[in-house]
Design a protein around this ligand. Structure first.
Ligand code: TYM
Length: 333
């Protein structure tokens, strides 16, 4: 008899609330790519999460498709992993309701992202924004994911997911796999080019580089990147946050270590260094941009990917949800 090796499961997602950024590439997608060969990977476009703040409908539709094209262009292979859109699999919202009944108000109040976003959107602090981490827990637990590759900012949400799963398992037995966050050693927190004390984020266009930015825009953004009043290219995140961020970006984009990068630019001014970082990112993103554009002209292919992805995802999700219903004591239909 052949041995059947049970492969570990990976789940992750990105909101289509803006363009994919250098931050989400380095913090998440790069890792997603590397994991495909060894694990059963499920990668989602989390559109339900995106509507926790207002979205323009036409733009949201366009961004979901563009994001899928970028997933594929970054190397995520629809034959190897499941690529799908969250709203196509209704089990996500169903399980989220149930998990919400096992999550404390106090736990959600402590979430850093909720505190930040409710400041940014002070006129529209919705229940959805508050319960966002419960939907994220549902995404992960539905697929019994062993690990969740994310940037450092999402660690707290994955930890809450574990707490919810542990609480649920404590009452009903082993229902959910407890997931581990997978945070990259380098690139887990890429900072804004404008203000290196803030995380690079879609809401700050000049401090943020997008995967689909034109080379001249990438060059301009790196030229203007905030550094410091010294001249030495040295990695020291506390004293030199701007330069250290650029070194991290260069190291990740070029495949060289931070030490190698420091040596390469020793004795050179910031001007040459910034140009080199910009060029490395341009070359990293060039094939991704070109392949995304090509894929976007083949909408039928993209539709086929997300339809098949939703079907496969649904097949897994429904099994978990049925188990949860049984455990809770819901009558079966
Ligand atoms: P989102 O859409 O804000 O970000 C997507 C992924 O990119 C990472 N990231 C970064 N990493 C390094 N530096 C940065 N500047 C940077 N900006 C973003 C994020 O850590 C994330 O991994 N709640 C999630 C989406 C989500 C999810 C999930 C993730 C919904 N359900 C289930 C994992 C599993 C979010 O808002 O990511």
């Amino acid at each position: 008899m052949e041995d059947t090796v049970v492969r570990k499961k990976i789940f992750s997602g990105i909101q289509p609330s803006g363009e994919l950024t250098l931050g989400s590439y380095m913090g998440a997608i790069r890792n997603w790519n590397a994991l495909q060969a060894e694990y059963d990977c499920i990668y989602c476009i989390v559109d339900l999460h995106a509507i926790t703040v207002r979205q323009d409908p036409a733009q949201l539709r366009r961004r979901c498709l563009t994001q899928l094209a970028q997933y594929v262009a970054c190397g995520l292979d629809p034959e190897k992993c499941i690529l799908f859109v969250q709203s196509h699999v209704p089990e996500h919202t169903e399980l989220a309701w149930i998990l919400g009944c096992y999550t404390q108000f106090g736990e959600l109040s402590r979430m850093t992202q909720f505190k930040q976003k409710s400041q940014q959107h002070a006129d529209n602090i919705t229940a959805g924004l508050f319960t966002y981490p419960v939907l994220m827990a549902s995404d992960i637990l539905l697929y019994q994911a062993d690990a969740v590759p994310v940037g450092a900012d999402q660690k707290q949400h994955v930890e809450l997911c574990r707490d919810i799963a542990q609480r649920f398992n404590g009452i009903y037995g082993d229902v959910f796999t407890l997931p581990e966050p997978l945070i990259p050693k380098v690139g887990a927190r890429i900072m804004s080019l404008n203000n290196p004390l803030n995380k690079m984020s879609k809401s700050d266009p000049e401090g943020c580089v997008n995967l689909l930015d034109k080379p001249e825009d990438i060059r301009r953004k790196f030229k203007r990147a905030v550094t410091d009043s010294e001249t030495s290219v040295r990695f020291d995140p506390d004293a030199k946050p701007g330069v250290s961020n650029l070194l991290t970006i260069y190291s990740t984009a070029s495949g060289k270590s931070v030490e190698e990068a420091e040596a390469e630019f020793s004795g050179q001014g910031y001007g040459a260094f910034k140009t080199a970082v910009g060029d490395a990112v341009i070359e990293l993103f060039r094939p991704i941009r070109e392949e995304s554009e090509r894929l976007l002209s083949d909408k039928a292919y993209l539709e086929q990917i997300y339809r098949q992805g939703a079907e496969r995802a649904h097949g897994i999700a429904i099994r978990t949800l049925r188990k949860v219903h049984r455990k809770l004591g819901f009558l079966s239909r």
